[in-house]
Design a binder for this molecule. Sequence first.
Ligand code: MG
Length: 230
Amino acid sequence: MIKVILWDIDGTILDFKASEKHALRTCFSLFHLGDCTDAMVARYSEINRQYWNRLERGELPKAQILVERFETFFRQENILCEDADAFNQAYQIQLSETICFLDDAYHILQDLSAYVKQYAVTNGTYAAQKRKLEASGLEKIFDASFISDEIGAEKPSIEFFSHVFRQIGPYPKQEILIIGDSLTSDIQGGNNAGIRCCWYNPQHQKNNTHLRIDHIIWNLNQVKDIILKS
Ligand SMILES: [Mg+2]
């Protein structure tokens, strides 16, 4: 019987792509950098993803990737932005301004709170994630939120999950389910922690890993069934 859900936020509950595009476009305008086309957003997004993968592998500290991703992007696009640090800070604020739910996630989580405890487990920066949780109303639904910045460890590290387990109290591992869209952080993390894993895969991507995945869903409305049948 699943009693606890650990929810990833970006790309699982909230539409990160929509927020990313909005934030980037707004900052381009704030910093007078000209137009930011869809193609540029896509190229930035890919650079950002690569940097984030390096963070997950523990190759670079977060403070460094946050600024470097923009330096790399601007260099590639031949855009002159003298203060990538300031750009990043503005971007973090903008990133939390657009709240866009995937699959009516807000009501799904609201409904699930009658059955299970729910916690946020996210790797985003403290400022951006905290604002998002407040602005979205999710903070009121979650029993607590765990942001990697605050803990000093990232998913998929066992340090991150050990901290979460200490805070939520004792549960058998099979009663805890992590739900997330990322194989490298959420599912790898769930495997490391020995809890049940649900991969949210709305784009029907291929799984090229050997990770243990207990459930695969493409719509968050499928979660309730997993809980009720567990
Ligand atoms: Mg995610």
